[in-house]
Design a protein around this ligand. Structure first.
Ligand SMILES: Nc1ncnc2c1ncn2[C@@H]1O[C@H](COP(=O)(O)OP(=O)(O)OP(=O)(O)O)[C@@H](O)[C@H]1O
Ligand SMILES: [Mg+2]
Length: 245
């Protein structure tokens, strides 16, 4: 059955798009037909991260407004991995249901997983992105402002009817947490009030090379993306020992 997962954070720049693309790639590599929907009309970073900007011609607003058939609006970024881009400028007033309506045009079981990459903030952009979601991963980095934003986001999503939310910690460094420069995992889980789906390490390869490994080498974060993708598919994957020390 198709499952639709929102990536949200409230606070900007914490890695929603990076996580959605990295996990999307891992799900696709595991044979799951995956669609990533960029819901961030201002930035549209999914197609950049997946290095398929030139082939992304249409977006969900085009589908909703009837300019293109749904199937013709998506771009194949890799085997089993598809992208539906966002419009390049803010959508018009009245387009509050545009993402949900556009996705209906694909039918109920076109994909195994649909990942919705939300914009920053907890306002109309988040609500538009959240409407079709069955569950949400709330992304936070290990600092108090980000965790506070995650808590607010979780409450906003609960009010919007999304009850199943999990915390996704990004840019984590065990060494920095030990030195007290970052919050610990337990402090983050307690403060955010959400169960943990996974931890993505700080990884320079992501900053330099987006989520596509330039020379076929596995980046440090690739394993984390794979582990989270397995948990999304219902597998029991324990936290690595290094994180628990
Ligand atoms: N685990 C990581 N290690 C190192 N750099 C990272 C990691 N995750 C994300 N980044 C970097 O952080 C920056 C912001 O990431 P990204 O665009 O995914 O955040 P975002 O939450 O989607 O931002 P926005 O709120 O603007 O949509 C990017 O430069 C990205 O490469
Ligand atoms: Mg983003």
């Amino acid at each position: 059955m198709q499952h639709t997962i929102l990536f949200a954070s409230g606070k900007g720049g914490v890695g929603k798009s990076t996580a959605a693309c990295g996990i999307g790639k891992a799900l696709a590599a595991a044979g799951k037909k995956t669609l990533i929907v960029d819901c961030d009309a201002a930035l549209n970073s999914v197609k950049v991260l997946l290095q398929c900007s030139e082939s992304c011609v249409f977006n969900w607003l085009d589908v909703w407004q009837g300019r293109v058939e749904a199937a013709a609006a998506i771009t194949e970024a890799a085997e089993n991995l598809w992208v539906l881009s966002a419009p390049v400028s803010p959508p018009p007033a009245g387009a509050g249901h545009a993402v949900a309506e556009a996705l209906k045009a694909f039918g109920e079981d076109a994909f195994d997983l649909i990942l919705l990459d939300a914009p920053a903030g907890i306002d109309a952009g988040l609500k538009r992105a959240a409407e079709p979601a069955d569950s949400a991963l709330v992304v936070a980095t290990a600092d108090t402002i980000s965790v506070h934003a995650a808590l607010q986001t979780d409450r906003t999503l609960a009010a919007a009817g999304i009850k199943h939310t999990r915390l996704l910690i990004n840019r984590y460094s065990v060494r920095a947490a030990r030195k007290g420069q970052y919050l610990s995992l337990t402090r983050m889980i307690d403060s955010s009030e959400m169960p943990l789906i996974g931890v993505i390490p700080e990884d320079k390869a992501l900053t330099y090379a987006s989520v596509v490994e330039p020379d076929g080498k596995r980046s440090k974060s690739a394993e984390a993306f794979e582990r989270i993708a397995k948990r999304i598919q219902g597998e029991h994957v324990p936290l690595t020992r290094a994180l628990l020390r």
